[in-house]
Each structure stands twice: as structure tokens, then as C-alpha cells.
Design a protein around this ligand. Sequence first.
Ligand SMILES: N=c1c2ncn([C@@H]3O[C@H](COP(=O)(O)OP(=O)(O)OP(=O)(O)O)[C@@H](O)[C@H]3O)c2ncn1[C@@H]1O[C@H](COP(=O)(O)O)[C@@H](O)[C@H]1O
Length: 106
Amino acid sequence: MQNLEELYQLVLKRKENPKEGSYTDYLFTKGLDKILKKVGEESTEVIVAAKNSNKSELVYETADLLYHLMVLLVEQGVAFDEIKEELAKREGLMSKTKDRREIQDL
Ligand SMILES: N=c1c2ncn([C@@H]3O[C@H](COP(=O)(O)OP(=O)(O)OP(=O)(O)O)[C@@H](O)[C@H]3O)c2ncn1[C@@H]1O[C@H](COP(=O)(O)O)[C@@H](O)[C@H]1O
């Protein structure tokens, strides 16, 4: 069992202690452009899977996308807690499409 925060921590560990031959290390070595390319590719694959109503493919590609997003966050120096805090700020504000404060007003 691995939740998203655990995955983030594992990726962070790879950044701090590079493990030769690991795919995560390969991405960090290649750098930002490569990571962004993967995020773009995996996003597209999520869209295609959903468009094809292929649930198992959607689950698989979503996991790929989340992993690559975690690599991007670590590469950019964004802490997982910053994402949690941002999500927490939005709690309760997203249930209505009208008559709610805009997120940028927070
Ligand atoms: N969740 C993932 C994960 N999801 C996807 N991937 C890799 O992402 C790649 C996506 O496949 P693609 O065919 O798109 O890419 P590719 O052809 O292999 O490579 P490029 O296109 O990038 O050149 C595959 O090589 C997968 O192994 C992942 N690699 C690692 N993890 C997690 O990260 C942990 C550490 O991994 P390592 O750093 O490799 O030890 C693992 O234990 C997992 O928990």
C-alpha cells in the first residue's frame, strides 16, 4: 500500500540519495524539460483513456501521471505539505459553482 504522500517521500529520498539505475534518478538527471515532457505525455494518456471509457487504462495512466507530478514537485522544491495546505484552504468552498469566493481571493 502506498499513498500519494509516501510516493512523494520516496521520490524526495531518490533526489537526496540518488540510486543509480532507478527511473526516478534518470528523470532527475535528465532535468526539468524531460520531467515536463513526461507530465505532458501522461496527462494526454489520461485524457485518451477517459475518452475511450477504458477504466483500467484510466487508473493505470492516472497512477503514472501522479508519479510524474510528484517528481515535478520535488524537482521544483515544492513540499507535499504545501499542496495539502492549498487543498485544505479550498475545503468547503468548492461545493457551489456560484455564490462562493473565488480561490484567488483567499
Ligand atoms: N510510481 C512509479 C512509477 N510510475 C511510473 N513509473 C515509470 O514511468 C515510466 C513510464 O513509462 P514510459 O513508457 O512512458 O517511459 P519509458 O519509455 O520507460 O521512459 P522515457 O519515455 O521516460 O524515456 C516507466 O519506466 C515506469 O517504470 C514509475 N517509476 C517509479 N515509481 C515509484 O517510484 C519508486 C522508485 O522508483 P525507482 O526510482 O525507479 O527505483 C517505485 O518503487 C515506485 O513506487
